[in-house]
Write a protein that binds this ligand. Structure first.
Ligand SMILES: Nc1ncnc2c1ncn2[C@@H]1O[C@H](COP(=O)(O)OP(=O)(O)O)[C@@H](O)[C@H]1O
Ligand SMILES: N[C@@H](CCOP(=O)(O)O)C(=O)O
Length: 306
């Protein structure tokens, strides 16, 4: 495409793991980043807007959106053109809501469109998974909904996980950051057979709980032994916020992605109480947090017409 060609892609935040589904399940949420890519004649430049704009790399070679843009052209064996990248931030950074996945997916999808759509969505997905290193954020960010990813016979198998309409995801986003890299460093490299069995059974329960909305299944399902026991000490107030959410009527609470955002699942009749209780619990120990009831984004990354 020629100079001045442009594309705007909006990409949803994601909540990965959902407790027992470490590194394999995630859901897209109604919170978005917008990325406008315009081919230019001169220098590549990055312009970021939004309340956390100062925290995004504006040296373009370090910026994840630009790295994803370059990755797609390298995959095609082509040299990327200089590009103006305008980033409108709606997803808080390094909070466990998949901000890095939005940049990877935004850069790949935008570049694929500017290159004339040589890659299928499934090829873009493979590139995104290889850049992120795990599939649970980039897959729902790209195609929307709640998705489980597993290695198949020929590449990834992606499974859509039905999400009962009565289940509301509530995210409590604290004002401190936790990088995914740091939160992965605290995890053990080996786990016991008992912990593996615990997670297999609870993930099964979670999938059926999400599909049916059955209270007792969801209450039991939101437990995990593979990552949360090691990460909760990195999140000041984890136990207090969890107790408050459950007392207010949530089925349970988990760490969103690698944290520090905490995710409660509740039903429509309790969602306002759960939002208020999680906000109060964090406030009482001096942590400022934004708490919001969201919906599942079923569309994933999409191109916005100018
Ligand atoms: N919109 C964006 N544009 C460019 N880079 C981004 C953007 N959002 C996030 N990133 C990069 O991803 C990092 C956060 O990634 P990570 O630690 O995995 O947390 P998260 O849970 O938000 O994905 C940021 O520090 C930044 O380097
Ligand atoms: N499965 C990953 C998910 C990381 O999600 P993020 O939103 O924190 O980047 C993990 O738990 O490490």
């Amino acid at each position: 495409m020629s100079v001045n060609s442009s594309v705007t892609v909006t990409v949803p935040a994601t909540t990965a793991n959902l407790g027992a589904g470490f590194d394999c399940i995630g859901a897209a949420l109604t919170l978005h980043n917008n990325f406008k890519l315009t081919l230019v004649d001169g220098e590549t430049q990055i312009i970021v807007t939004g309340s956390e704009a100062a925290r995004v790399d504006n040296i373009y070679k370090d910026n994840l959106l630009y790295c994803a843009y370059v990755k797609l052209y390298e995959h095609l064996g082509q040299t990327p053109s200089p590009v103006k990248m305008e980033i409108g931030l709606g997803v808080p950074l390094a909070r466990g809501l998949g901000s890095s996945a939005t940049a990877i997916v935004g850069g790949l999808v935008g570049a694929n469109i500017l290159a004339g759509e040589p890659l299928t969505q499934s090829q873009v997905m493979d590139l995104a998974i290889s850049m992120e290193g795990h599939p649970d954020n980039v897959v729902p960010a790209l195609i929307g909904g709640c998705r489980l990813a597993a290695t198949g016979v020929n590449g990834w198998e992606i499974c859509d996980i039905p999400w009962h309409e009565s289940i509301v995801p509530v995210v409590a986003i604290p004002d401190f950051e936790l990088s995914t890299k740091e939160a992965r460093r605290v995890l053990p490299t080996e786990v016991s057979r008992a912990d593996a069995i615990f997670n297999i059974s609870h993930l099964g329960l979670l999938l059926r709980g999400l599909e049916t909305g059955k209270t007792s299944w969801l209450q039991a399902a939101l437990q995990d032994k593979l990552h949360q026991p090691y990460r909760k000490s990195l999140i000041n107030g984890y136990d207090a916020v969890s107790a408050a959410a459950i007392n207010a009527g949530a089925y349970g609470m988990v760490i969103s992605g690698a944290g520090p955002t905490l995710l409660a699942l509740t039903d429509t009749s309790h969602s306002l109480d759960v939002v208020a209780a999680m906000a109060t619990a964090w406030k009482e120990i001096g942590v400022a947090a934004q708490v919001r009831a969201l919906n599942i984004d079923n569309d994933g990354a999409r191109v916005i017409k100018d």
